[in-house]
Design a protein around this ligand. Structure first.
Ligand code: AMP
Length: 380
Protein backbone atom coordinates (compact mmCIF):
# COMPACT_ATOMS: atom_id res chain seq x y z
CA UNK A 1 0.00 0.00 0.00
CA UNK A 2 1.18 3.54 -0.63
CA UNK A 3 1.40 6.08 2.14
CA UNK A 4 -1.38 6.73 4.62
CA UNK A 5 -1.99 9.71 6.86
CA UNK A 6 -0.96 7.45 9.71
CA UNK A 7 2.67 7.43 8.70
CA UNK A 8 4.91 5.54 11.12
CA UNK A 9 6.90 8.02 13.19
CA UNK A 10 10.13 7.24 11.37
CA UNK A 11 8.48 7.98 8.01
CA UNK A 12 6.80 11.28 8.84
CA UNK A 13 6.12 13.30 5.71
CA UNK A 14 6.98 16.97 5.42
CA UNK A 15 5.26 18.73 2.56
CA UNK A 16 7.34 21.48 1.01
CA UNK A 17 5.32 24.35 -0.45
CA UNK A 18 7.03 26.64 -2.96
CA UNK A 19 5.40 30.04 -2.45
CA UNK A 20 4.08 31.56 0.77
CA UNK A 21 0.87 33.38 -0.18
CA UNK A 22 -2.64 32.69 1.07
CA UNK A 23 -2.83 29.52 -1.02
CA UNK A 24 0.28 28.24 0.78
CA UNK A 25 -1.26 29.25 4.08
CA UNK A 26 -4.42 27.25 3.37
CA UNK A 27 -2.30 24.28 2.19
CA UNK A 28 -0.28 24.45 5.42
CA UNK A 29 -3.50 24.63 7.46
CA UNK A 30 -4.87 21.57 5.65
CA UNK A 31 -1.58 19.77 6.34
CA UNK A 32 -1.80 20.63 10.05
CA UNK A 33 -5.30 19.23 10.23
CA UNK A 34 -4.06 15.97 8.70
CA UNK A 35 -1.10 15.73 11.10
CA UNK A 36 1.40 16.42 8.32
CA UNK A 37 4.25 18.90 8.73
CA UNK A 38 4.96 21.66 6.21
CA UNK A 39 7.87 23.82 5.15
CA UNK A 40 7.15 26.97 3.16
CA UNK A 41 9.65 28.61 0.80
CA UNK A 42 8.58 32.24 0.52
CA UNK A 43 10.88 33.43 -2.25
CA UNK A 44 11.66 36.37 0.02
CA UNK A 45 8.19 37.81 -0.62
CA UNK A 46 5.63 38.79 1.99
CA UNK A 47 4.13 35.51 3.03
CA UNK A 48 0.88 34.92 4.94
CA UNK A 49 1.78 31.21 5.05
CA UNK A 50 4.68 31.68 7.48
CA UNK A 51 2.35 32.00 10.47
CA UNK A 52 1.02 28.48 10.03
CA UNK A 53 3.89 26.55 8.42
CA UNK A 54 6.09 24.41 10.66
CA UNK A 55 9.23 25.74 9.01
CA UNK A 56 10.02 28.62 6.71
CA UNK A 57 12.73 29.28 4.15
CA UNK A 58 12.71 33.00 3.54
CA UNK A 59 15.06 33.19 0.55
CA UNK A 60 14.65 33.97 -3.15
CA UNK A 61 13.62 31.14 -5.47
CA UNK A 62 16.91 31.29 -7.40
CA UNK A 63 19.09 30.83 -4.29
CA UNK A 64 20.88 27.44 -4.69
CA UNK A 65 21.47 27.09 -0.93
CA UNK A 66 17.76 27.69 -0.28
CA UNK A 67 16.96 24.87 -2.71
CA UNK A 68 19.24 22.50 -0.80
CA UNK A 69 17.76 23.59 2.55
CA UNK A 70 14.20 23.19 1.27
CA UNK A 71 14.89 19.71 -0.12
CA UNK A 72 16.68 18.80 3.12
CA UNK A 73 13.62 19.65 5.21
CA UNK A 74 10.78 18.52 2.92
CA UNK A 75 10.15 14.92 1.85
CA UNK A 76 7.98 15.92 -1.13
CA UNK A 77 6.93 19.25 -2.64
CA UNK A 78 4.24 21.24 -4.39
CA UNK A 79 3.74 24.80 -5.65
CA UNK A 80 1.17 27.38 -4.60
CA UNK A 81 2.19 29.92 -7.25
CA UNK A 82 3.19 29.32 -10.88
CA UNK A 83 5.80 31.99 -11.41
CA UNK A 84 8.68 29.93 -10.02
CA UNK A 85 11.82 29.60 -12.17
CA UNK A 86 11.68 26.34 -14.14
CA UNK A 87 15.23 25.51 -13.10
CA UNK A 88 14.26 25.72 -9.42
CA UNK A 89 11.26 23.43 -9.95
CA UNK A 90 13.42 20.96 -11.88
CA UNK A 91 16.00 21.01 -9.07
CA UNK A 92 13.32 20.21 -6.48
CA UNK A 93 11.69 17.56 -8.67
CA UNK A 94 15.05 15.81 -9.12
CA UNK A 95 15.74 15.70 -5.39
CA UNK A 96 12.42 15.06 -3.60
CA UNK A 97 9.62 15.01 -6.20
CA UNK A 98 7.35 17.89 -7.19
CA UNK A 99 3.60 17.61 -7.85
CA UNK A 100 2.49 18.90 -10.34
CA UNK A 101 5.56 18.36 -12.54
CA UNK A 102 7.80 21.27 -13.60
CA UNK A 103 6.79 20.62 -17.22
CA UNK A 104 3.08 21.04 -16.42
CA UNK A 105 3.67 24.21 -14.37
CA UNK A 106 6.03 25.48 -17.09
CA UNK A 107 3.23 25.31 -19.66
CA UNK A 108 0.72 27.10 -17.42
CA UNK A 109 3.15 29.84 -16.30
CA UNK A 110 3.65 31.22 -19.79
CA UNK A 111 0.79 32.32 -22.06
CA UNK A 112 2.60 31.48 -25.25
CA UNK A 113 3.29 27.90 -24.14
CA UNK A 114 -0.22 27.65 -22.68
CA UNK A 115 -1.96 28.79 -25.87
CA UNK A 116 0.21 26.57 -28.08
CA UNK A 117 -0.55 23.64 -25.79
CA UNK A 118 -4.32 24.27 -26.05
CA UNK A 119 -4.19 24.61 -29.83
CA UNK A 120 -1.97 21.52 -30.24
CA UNK A 121 -4.46 19.44 -28.23
CA UNK A 122 -7.53 20.73 -30.05
CA UNK A 123 -8.89 22.41 -26.91
CA UNK A 124 -11.06 25.44 -27.72
CA UNK A 125 -9.35 28.77 -27.02
CA UNK A 126 -9.53 32.34 -28.38
CA UNK A 127 -7.76 32.91 -31.71
CA UNK A 128 -4.22 34.11 -30.96
CA UNK A 129 -0.96 35.29 -32.49
CA UNK A 130 2.47 35.33 -30.82
CA UNK A 131 4.10 38.71 -31.44
CA UNK A 132 7.68 39.73 -30.81
CA UNK A 133 8.12 42.72 -33.13
CA UNK A 134 6.08 45.59 -34.53
CA UNK A 135 5.91 43.72 -37.84
CA UNK A 136 4.42 40.68 -36.08
CA UNK A 137 1.84 42.87 -34.35
CA UNK A 138 0.94 44.67 -37.59
CA UNK A 139 0.35 41.36 -39.35
CA UNK A 140 -1.59 39.93 -36.38
CA UNK A 141 -3.87 42.97 -36.04
CA UNK A 142 -4.57 42.87 -39.78
CA UNK A 143 -5.51 39.19 -39.59
CA UNK A 144 -7.61 39.65 -36.45
CA UNK A 145 -9.37 42.65 -38.01
CA UNK A 146 -11.25 43.59 -34.82
CA UNK A 147 -11.08 43.89 -31.05
CA UNK A 148 -8.63 41.92 -28.97
CA UNK A 149 -6.31 41.94 -26.02
CA UNK A 150 -2.54 41.97 -25.97
CA UNK A 151 -1.08 39.97 -23.08
CA UNK A 152 2.55 39.54 -21.98
CA UNK A 153 3.82 36.06 -22.77
CA UNK A 154 5.21 35.55 -19.25
CA UNK A 155 4.28 36.51 -15.69
CA UNK A 156 0.81 37.94 -16.25
CA UNK A 157 -2.09 37.48 -13.84
CA UNK A 158 -5.32 39.21 -12.75
CA UNK A 159 -5.37 41.32 -15.91
CA UNK A 160 -1.83 42.65 -15.31
CA UNK A 161 0.38 43.09 -18.38
CA UNK A 162 -2.69 43.37 -20.64
CA UNK A 163 -3.84 45.97 -23.12
CA UNK A 164 -7.29 45.94 -24.69
CA UNK A 165 -7.49 47.08 -28.27
CA UNK A 166 -10.44 47.99 -30.47
CA UNK A 167 -8.59 47.07 -33.67
CA UNK A 168 -8.81 50.66 -34.95
CA UNK A 169 -5.48 51.79 -33.40
CA UNK A 170 -2.23 52.07 -35.25
CA UNK A 171 -0.08 49.00 -34.49
CA UNK A 172 2.94 51.18 -33.75
CA UNK A 173 1.00 53.12 -31.04
CA UNK A 174 -0.17 49.84 -29.51
CA UNK A 175 3.36 48.37 -29.59
CA UNK A 176 4.78 51.53 -27.99
CA UNK A 177 2.09 51.66 -25.29
CA UNK A 178 2.48 47.96 -24.50
CA UNK A 179 6.22 48.34 -23.94
CA UNK A 180 7.46 46.24 -26.88
CA UNK A 181 7.47 42.97 -24.92
CA UNK A 182 6.98 39.49 -26.40
CA UNK A 183 3.24 38.96 -26.22
CA UNK A 184 0.20 37.03 -27.28
CA UNK A 185 -2.52 38.91 -29.16
CA UNK A 186 -5.88 37.28 -28.46
CA UNK A 187 -9.14 37.89 -30.26
CA UNK A 188 -11.83 39.38 -28.00
CA UNK A 189 -14.36 36.78 -26.87
CA UNK A 190 -17.83 38.35 -26.42
CA UNK A 191 -18.61 35.97 -23.58
CA UNK A 192 -21.73 35.88 -21.45
CA UNK A 193 -20.15 34.42 -18.32
CA UNK A 194 -16.85 33.32 -16.89
CA UNK A 195 -16.65 29.98 -15.13
CA UNK A 196 -13.90 27.73 -13.79
CA UNK A 197 -13.52 24.07 -12.99
CA UNK A 198 -11.18 22.66 -10.37
CA UNK A 199 -10.00 19.21 -11.37
CA UNK A 200 -7.78 16.86 -9.40
CA UNK A 201 -5.75 14.02 -10.89
CA UNK A 202 -3.77 11.45 -8.93
CA UNK A 203 -0.39 10.01 -9.86
CA UNK A 204 -2.08 6.86 -11.16
CA UNK A 205 -4.41 8.88 -13.38
CA UNK A 206 -7.63 8.88 -11.34
CA UNK A 207 -9.48 12.09 -12.05
CA UNK A 208 -12.29 14.02 -10.33
CA UNK A 209 -13.69 17.49 -10.82
CA UNK A 210 -15.71 19.89 -8.68
CA UNK A 211 -18.89 21.64 -9.86
CA UNK A 212 -18.08 24.64 -12.06
CA UNK A 213 -17.96 28.03 -10.32
CA UNK A 214 -19.32 31.18 -11.96
CA UNK A 215 -16.85 34.00 -11.48
CA UNK A 216 -17.61 37.71 -11.37
CA UNK A 217 -14.86 40.31 -11.15
CA UNK A 218 -14.34 43.86 -9.91
CA UNK A 219 -11.43 45.73 -11.52
CA UNK A 220 -10.06 42.43 -12.92
CA UNK A 221 -9.99 40.84 -9.46
CA UNK A 222 -12.30 37.98 -8.56
CA UNK A 223 -15.20 39.38 -6.55
CA UNK A 224 -17.59 36.44 -6.13
CA UNK A 225 -17.71 32.80 -7.20
CA UNK A 226 -21.19 31.34 -7.37
CA UNK A 227 -21.34 27.56 -7.01
CA UNK A 228 -22.80 25.78 -8.81
CA UNK A 229 -22.50 28.15 -11.80
CA UNK A 230 -25.88 29.14 -13.24
CA UNK A 231 -25.44 27.34 -16.57
CA UNK A 232 -27.19 24.47 -18.33
CA UNK A 233 -26.21 20.96 -17.22
CA UNK A 234 -24.78 20.17 -20.70
CA UNK A 235 -22.51 23.21 -20.46
CA UNK A 236 -21.35 22.21 -16.96
CA UNK A 237 -20.68 18.65 -18.14
CA UNK A 238 -18.77 19.92 -21.15
CA UNK A 239 -16.63 22.23 -18.96
CA UNK A 240 -15.78 19.32 -16.66
CA UNK A 241 -14.95 17.14 -19.67
CA UNK A 242 -12.64 19.80 -21.15
CA UNK A 243 -10.94 20.35 -17.76
CA UNK A 244 -10.35 16.57 -17.60
CA UNK A 245 -8.89 16.60 -21.12
CA UNK A 246 -6.51 19.40 -20.13
CA UNK A 247 -5.39 17.51 -16.99
CA UNK A 248 -4.83 14.31 -19.00
CA UNK A 249 -2.93 16.10 -21.74
CA UNK A 250 -0.65 17.74 -19.15
CA UNK A 251 -0.21 14.36 -17.42
CA UNK A 252 -1.15 16.46 -14.42
CA UNK A 253 -0.71 15.37 -10.81
CA UNK A 254 -2.54 17.50 -8.27
CA UNK A 255 -5.20 20.19 -8.33
CA UNK A 256 -5.64 22.28 -11.48
CA UNK A 257 -7.92 25.26 -12.16
CA UNK A 258 -9.26 25.70 -15.68
CA UNK A 259 -10.91 29.05 -16.48
CA UNK A 260 -13.45 29.34 -19.28
CA UNK A 261 -15.48 31.93 -21.13
CA UNK A 262 -19.06 30.82 -21.82
CA UNK A 263 -20.52 32.20 -25.04
CA UNK A 264 -24.19 33.05 -25.43
CA UNK A 265 -24.81 29.80 -27.33
CA UNK A 266 -23.29 27.82 -24.43
CA UNK A 267 -20.04 27.03 -26.28
CA UNK A 268 -16.89 27.16 -24.18
CA UNK A 269 -13.47 28.73 -24.67
CA UNK A 270 -10.58 28.01 -22.30
CA UNK A 271 -9.08 31.29 -21.05
CA UNK A 272 -6.23 30.00 -18.88
CA UNK A 273 -5.05 27.32 -16.47
CA UNK A 274 -3.81 27.65 -12.88
CA UNK A 275 -1.51 24.77 -11.85
CA UNK A 276 -2.40 24.99 -8.14
CA UNK A 277 -5.36 25.64 -5.84
CA UNK A 278 -7.35 28.60 -7.17
CA UNK A 279 -9.35 31.45 -5.67
CA UNK A 280 -12.53 30.14 -7.30
CA UNK A 281 -12.07 26.85 -5.38
CA UNK A 282 -11.96 28.36 -1.89
CA UNK A 283 -15.61 27.44 -1.26
CA UNK A 284 -14.52 23.77 -1.21
CA UNK A 285 -13.17 24.40 2.32
CA UNK A 286 -16.70 24.88 3.63
CA UNK A 287 -19.05 23.45 1.00
CA UNK A 288 -17.34 20.14 0.13
CA UNK A 289 -16.15 17.24 2.27
CA UNK A 290 -12.65 17.42 0.82
CA UNK A 291 -11.23 20.85 -0.05
CA UNK A 292 -9.02 21.70 -3.01
CA UNK A 293 -6.13 22.06 -0.53
CA UNK A 294 -6.63 18.63 0.99
CA UNK A 295 -6.91 17.12 -2.52
CA UNK A 296 -3.52 18.62 -3.38
CA UNK A 297 -1.98 17.12 -0.23
CA UNK A 298 -3.60 13.76 -0.93
CA UNK A 299 -2.03 13.62 -4.39
CA UNK A 300 1.35 14.78 -3.13
CA UNK A 301 1.29 12.16 -0.36
CA UNK A 302 -0.04 9.32 -2.53
CA UNK A 303 -3.34 9.09 -0.61
CA UNK A 304 -6.73 8.28 -2.20
CA UNK A 305 -8.59 11.24 -3.73
CA UNK A 306 -11.42 12.79 -1.71
CA UNK A 307 -15.02 13.52 -2.62
CA UNK A 308 -15.66 16.54 -4.85
CA UNK A 309 -19.38 16.55 -4.18
CA UNK A 310 -20.95 19.92 -3.36
CA UNK A 311 -22.79 19.61 -0.05
CA UNK A 312 -24.50 23.00 -0.28
CA UNK A 313 -24.87 25.71 -2.94
CA UNK A 314 -22.72 28.65 -1.92
CA UNK A 315 -21.03 31.88 -2.82
CA UNK A 316 -17.41 32.73 -2.12
CA UNK A 317 -17.01 36.46 -1.53
CA UNK A 318 -13.47 37.82 -1.71
CA UNK A 319 -12.68 40.26 1.07
CA UNK A 320 -10.67 42.80 -0.88
CA UNK A 321 -8.64 45.69 0.51
CA UNK A 322 -11.21 48.30 -0.47
CA UNK A 323 -13.58 46.99 2.23
CA UNK A 324 -11.06 48.27 4.80
CA UNK A 325 -11.57 51.86 5.96
CA UNK A 326 -7.81 52.35 6.17
CA UNK A 327 -4.78 50.13 5.60
CA UNK A 328 -5.06 48.80 9.13
CA UNK A 329 -8.77 49.13 9.88
CA UNK A 330 -10.94 46.17 8.86
CA UNK A 331 -14.66 46.42 8.21
CA UNK A 332 -17.07 45.62 11.02
CA UNK A 333 -17.47 41.85 10.76
CA UNK A 334 -20.53 41.72 13.05
CA UNK A 335 -23.11 41.32 10.29
CA UNK A 336 -21.07 38.59 8.59
CA UNK A 337 -20.56 36.75 11.87
CA UNK A 338 -24.29 36.94 12.55
CA UNK A 339 -25.25 35.67 9.08
CA UNK A 340 -26.48 32.09 9.06
CA UNK A 341 -24.21 29.87 6.99
CA UNK A 342 -21.38 32.42 6.73
CA UNK A 343 -17.76 31.39 7.29
CA UNK A 344 -15.01 34.01 7.64
CA UNK A 345 -11.44 33.34 6.49
CA UNK A 346 -8.74 35.99 7.00
CA UNK A 347 -5.19 35.60 5.74
CA UNK A 348 -3.42 37.54 8.50
CA UNK A 349 -2.12 40.24 6.14
CA UNK A 350 -1.01 43.32 8.07
CA UNK A 351 -1.98 46.00 5.59
CA UNK A 352 -4.95 46.35 3.25
CA UNK A 353 -3.91 48.07 0.05
CA UNK A 354 -6.16 48.69 -2.95
CA UNK A 355 -7.76 45.49 -4.14
CA UNK A 356 -5.49 43.17 -2.17
CA UNK A 357 -6.99 39.81 -1.23
CA UNK A 358 -7.26 40.01 2.56
CA UNK A 359 -9.53 37.03 3.10
CA UNK A 360 -12.74 35.51 1.85
CA UNK A 361 -16.14 34.53 3.17
CA UNK A 362 -18.13 31.47 2.21
CA UNK A 363 -21.90 31.95 2.31
CA UNK A 364 -23.81 28.71 2.31
CA UNK A 365 -27.38 28.13 1.17
CA UNK A 366 -29.79 28.92 -1.66
CA UNK A 367 -29.83 32.64 -0.81
CA UNK A 368 -26.03 32.95 -0.66
CA UNK A 369 -25.71 35.54 -3.44
CA UNK A 370 -28.25 37.80 -1.77
CA UNK A 371 -26.38 37.50 1.53
CA UNK A 372 -23.09 38.36 -0.21
CA UNK A 373 -24.62 41.43 -1.86
CA UNK A 374 -26.05 42.73 1.43
CA UNK A 375 -22.66 42.34 3.15
CA UNK A 376 -20.78 44.01 0.30
CA UNK A 377 -23.16 46.95 0.15
CA UNK A 378 -22.55 47.64 3.86
CA UNK A 379 -18.75 47.63 3.46
CA UNK A 380 -18.23 49.46 0.17
P1 AMP B 1 -6.68 36.85 -17.71
O1 AMP B 1 -5.62 37.46 -16.81
O2 AMP B 1 -6.14 36.33 -18.99
O3 AMP B 1 -7.54 35.87 -16.96
O4 AMP B 1 -7.66 38.06 -18.12
C1 AMP B 1 -8.33 38.82 -17.13
C2 AMP B 1 -9.75 39.09 -17.55
O5 AMP B 1 -9.78 39.85 -18.78
C3 AMP B 1 -10.57 37.85 -17.86
O6 AMP B 1 -11.09 37.30 -16.67
C4 AMP B 1 -11.64 38.40 -18.79
O7 AMP B 1 -12.65 39.06 -18.06
C5 AMP B 1 -10.88 39.44 -19.59
N1 AMP B 1 -10.33 38.82 -20.82
C6 AMP B 1 -9.11 38.30 -20.98
N2 AMP B 1 -8.93 37.82 -22.23
C7 AMP B 1 -10.09 38.04 -22.89
C8 AMP B 1 -10.54 37.76 -24.22
N3 AMP B 1 -9.76 37.18 -25.14
N4 AMP B 1 -11.80 38.13 -24.54
C9 AMP B 1 -12.61 38.72 -23.63
N5 AMP B 1 -12.23 39.01 -22.36
C10 AMP B 1 -10.99 38.68 -21.99
Amino acid sequence: MSASVFFPLDQQQVVGVIGGGQLGRMLALAARRMGVRSVVWTGGLEAPAVEVADEVIDKPFDDPQALLDFCGKATVATVEFENIPLQTMRGVAGKIGLFPSPDAVGICQNREREKNFLRDHGIPCAPFWVVDTLDDLTAAMAELGGPGVLKTAAFGYDGKGQLRISGEESPSDVWQQFGKKRAVLEGWVPFEKEISVMVVRSSDGELRSYDPAENRHREHILDVSIVPAVIRKEVADEARAIAATVAEALDYQGILGVEFFVNRDGSLVVNEMAPRPHNSGHHTLDACACSQFEQQLRVVLGLPLGSTELISPCVMLNLLGDFWSSETEPPDWTSLLQTKGAVLHLYGKRRAKGMRKMGHATLLGEDALKKAEVLKAAWL
